[in-house]
Design a protein around this ligand. Structure first.
Ligand code: CMC
Length: 435
């Protein structure tokens, strides 16, 4: 007799609570069971009910989302159903940003309105320049960016009106428009260079590059490098429920304004295990210094002394599709700028790691951050600026996810549970008696 003959199959999970011998049938929808369905499982009426425990959310879906699809086993990434490879090859960053917000690719007219709206809002209040000037000469640009984006909430108190769709659109346009300006100002500040204001005759990427590199007039654009930057921003535009996006959703779930919510995302991205990894990769390549030192470095990684930065991913258990595309972009960029000797170290590091059982058995492959830093460096951006470029790229994803979270009727203020491991109740000891 086959299994099929013995059981009636249905989309449910049968659970027996062995503490009480009670049986439960939990519905399975979209390959998930609801954590709240476990709360009915109690040992007595006073029991709180069973909780699920998932530190770092490694197996918990926190939302339904129609924005980005990832198949980590097969290395697939799609925005709104479109394969990342096709978007990176043919679209502009603002087209992709529109796609992420609206769910459809824009018509030429829709793209013009979106582009014009963003262009109209590229300037920041002159008071912003004043507080940026207050940062130390060697302030980290990510620290400056997250402070400046958070501070924008004080300039736009209307942004608190998050229930109004037209208002939400305006704030999203403002954030898209102003992040390149703030990022460029942070770049200029640490160099002691005067701020270059937006030139609205230029497109989104051209304007940003001009605001960062222009000295005494317009920067001479290099179309190959600008196209490379455009592709990199597209590749970073969204990545479903990553650490920074979860931060934006979680903070945004308190119904704070989007400037504050996005600054939380920038803070999360800053960390070396997330967006800060692109900076850490370059530092690592500097430490390795020479191809001859790679085997001993890998040995130290395997001993657990440090991680191989730019390797591994929570979701991808195969080659990160973005890293594949970035490798191709690197070829175009280095053909233009000349070879970065660190690329050779990176390529050799990748070759050795991908043959080593430690990395193979753990399915650790290069991620988006492994090669992107080398390209940014070839473009003339310093190491501590790489994560700022990532933040510009991720802005449309944060905004689309913020909007989706607000419109999702099932969402409430984000508030995880805990397992308390501290003392039970104990009597207070007055100061004089403590010793
Ligand atoms: N180098 C060496 N070992 C690693 C690495 C690494 N980069 N990543 C994971 N491992 C090992 C880890 O030690 C563990 O081994 P064991 O099972 O023996 O304890 C195993 O692989 C699984 O690691 P994990 O920590 O459970 O994996 P995770 O999903 O929690 O971490 C990660 C994902 C991206 C934080 C991690 O791979 C990492 O720290 N990578 C380096 C930092 C990096 O490149 N981050 C950028 C991520 S992609 C872009 C972005 O998010 O911004």
């Amino acid at each position: 007799m086959s299994n099929k003959d013995q059981f009636v199959f249905s989309d449910t999970l049968s659970v027996t609570d062995n503490r009480t011998a009670q049986q439960y049938q939990l519905p399975i929808t979209d390959g998930t069971v609801r954590a709240m369905d476990f709360r009915q499982m109690k040992v007595d009426v006073d029991d709180f009910g069973l909780m699920t425990y998932d530190p770092a959310f490694t197996n918990t879906a926190c939302c339904r989302s129609a924005i980005t699809f990832i198949d980590g086993e097969r290395g697939i990434l799609r925005y709104r159903g479109y394969p990342i490879e096709q978007l990176a090859e043919t679209t502009s960053f603002l087209e992709v940003a529109y796609l992420l917000q609206v769910g459809e690719l824009p018509t030429p007219d829709q793209l013009k309105v979106w582009t014009d709206d963003i262009r109209y809002h590229t300037y920041v209040h002159t008071k912003v320049l004043k507080f940026l000037e207050g940062f130390l000469y060697d302030a980290h640009p990510m620290g400056m960016l997250l402070g400046a984006v958070g501070a924008l909430s004080t300039f736009y108190p209307d942004a608190k009106d998050i229930q109004n769709p037209a208002n939400r659109y305006l704030q999203r346009v403002r954030l898209m428009a102003k992040i390149p300006t703030l990022a460029a100002f942070a770049f200029r500040h640490v160099r002691g260079l005067p701020f270059v204001f937006p030139d609205n005759d230029l497109d989104y990427i051209g304007n940003f590059v001009n605001m960062t590199f222009s000295i005494g007039g317009k920067h001479e654009p290099n179309p190959i490098l600008q196209r490379a930057l455009q592709i990199l921003l597209i590749l970073h535009a969204d990545h479903e429920q990553n650490c920074s996006t979860s931060a934006v959703r979680s903070v945004g779930s308190s119904h704070v304004d989007p400037f504050s919510a996005v600054s939380a995302g920038i803070a999360a991205l800053y960390g070396p295990l997330h967006g800060g990894a692109n900076e850490a990769v370059l530092t690592m390549l500097d430490v390795i210094g020479d191809k001859a030192n790679i085997p001993s470095y890998i040995e130290r990684v395997k001993q657990g002394e440090m991680r191989l930065m730019g390797f591994g991913h929570r979701v991808y258990k195969s080659y990160d599709p973005r890293a594949k595309l970035i490798k191709r972009v690197a070829d175009d960029v280095f053909a233009e700028t000349g070879l970065n000797p660190k690329l050779e170290i990176a390529l050799e590091l990748e070759r050795i790691a991908l043959e080593d059982d430690y990395f193979v058995s753990r399915k650790l492959y290069p991620n988006v951050d492994f090669y992107s830093g080398l390209i940014y460096q070839a473009m003339g951006y310093p190491t501590d600026y790489f994560t700022v470029l990532f933040a510009i790229g991720r802005m449309p994803g944060w905004l689309a996810q913020w909007e989706e979270m607000l419109l999702d009727k099932e969402q409430k203020i984000s508030r995880p549970r805990q397992i308390y491991t501290g003392y039970p109740e104990r009597p207070f000891v007055p100061l004089a008696q403590r010793g």
